[in-house]
Ligand binder design. Sequence first.
Ligand code: GTR
Length: 362
Amino acid sequence: MKPWLLLFTTSLMSAETVSDPAKWSPEARVKTLEVFQQEVYGIDPSAKFKSEWKLDRESEIMDGKVQRREYVLTLGGTLRARALAYLPAGKKNAPAFLGLNFRGNHTLEEDGWITKTNDQERGKAASRWPVKMITDAGFALVTVHCADFDPDKDDGFKNGVHALFPQERDGTSWGTIAGWAWGLGRVRDQLQTVSEIDAEKVVVIGHSRLGKTALWAGASNEKFAMAISNNSGCGGAALSKRKHGETVARINKVFPHWFAGNFRKYDDKEETLPVDQHQLIACIAPRPVYVASASLDDWADPEGEFLALKLAAPAFGETLGEMPKAGGSVGTKKIRYHIREGQHDINAWDWERYLKAAKELL
Ligand code: GTR
């Protein structure tokens, strides 16, 4: 047995968490999430706040086949997030993908219609969001710039969702990933008011740091019908205890704002972590989950991403076969995995598979 695998079976024997995904239960899920909150992502605030959702602009695109809209979500009267939505025209209750984008909604398309919120080039991220493919498949797509909920900077937790819930911070206070995931939950709640979308069929999706966010959102919020982690790596789908590629010490050093302060206790001491990422994936059960890697993305540890899903499989009542070769997929029921040939990225090849899985599983 590999030494890191032994660590799972020894340090995770506590019966209350999903230490053994085969013993998954709703109570074990809740306990496991508590540990992830305390030690990894931080605790969401419980204070009440007001949430408003207004349709701001609307246009028809793709020969009238798609309704494109911008909604403004206002939280606590002050925090504004702009959601860009694409809805297959004339369809009620479409299933939807919801995900944050890295650099602004206007990076999805070159079209000058989309509100430009910063200097990033229009359409720069178009290859990551194949809008036509998604809407042709009958799905809606909703996205928000992650910075609307919290800028991706180590700036003392003074803005974004942190300014909305001022608090004395300690080791368990939420970091940016938890703040982003919370923001996704607030958008999902408002999708209940959009008749073109079936809010019971919202898939949360994200790439890389936003893939970590999608997993945490999917694990901690049962209202998401399915979660997709694209190349999420350390603090996402990859097992921390393997220490392959990006490590806990390195991620905490370079991105000190992403996680709870407590996560630093495990810098160079991954073996002492009370949980590992397969348990996070297990918290998505019994809802479906899709984990994907890219063959040249060693930094995100493709094998660690695959193994976490494999270790989580019993929580879904499934077993996963061997890791596929680059370009291959595995998983037939609620858990799916693929490894795309190429670099750290998300593109149409990934989306084709996500759409197929979502069609089968929702
Ligand atoms: C890297 C980081 C990864 C991943 C990636 C991204 O610099 O080390 O954890 O999140 O950024 O988000 O593109």
